[in-house]
Design a protein around this ligand. Sequence first.
Ligand code: PRP
Length: 180
Amino acid sequence: MNGIMNYYNDFKLLITQKEIKRKINQLAKRINADYRGKTPILISVLKGSFMFLADLIRELTIDVEIEFIELSSYGDSTESSGEVSVIKWLSKEIRQRDIILVEDIVDTGLTVSTLLERLEKHNPQSLKVCTLTSKPARREIEVPIHYLGFEVPNKFIIGYGIDYGEKYRNLSEIYYLKNE
Ligand code: PRP
């Protein structure tokens, strides 16, 4: 456990580092098989998914390219504002390319839904969604999830890229906020 958490009694361990590693191995095996002979572009949705992307691509044996998109819907709050604004968009053409959107969490579904719609307009060869976590209880818009790590309960989660007021992204495990 990261030392930082010793100062807080507000978080409870939900997913261990070992469980995350095992799950990423499984997801990578599926992606390696599904994209054999292809070079997909993995689009990481910043900031939350940077750690997941970094660990996932190190388990991939196929050729991959990476791109980053940054959107914001939550700001510093634990509640979504309901709007998605673009902070950073793609730096290359994705037409006729195989795309895997990489997320840390699908919550209401608004972010992934907005992104799928926007990316479709660029006519990719294929477009799939890979997320480390999904919180189905919060879903407002149904979105396809092709590669899912963990379904998580309706709690505010932090760690492994996911923040609370921009902090705790550096934790190696996933925790949930107690008494929320
Ligand atoms: C989080 C997360 C997803 C999105 C999911 O991003 O990384 O992109 O919210 O929520 P939704 O399904 O309700 O749209 P956030 O806006 O907090 O930015 P961050 O990744 O920089 O923390």
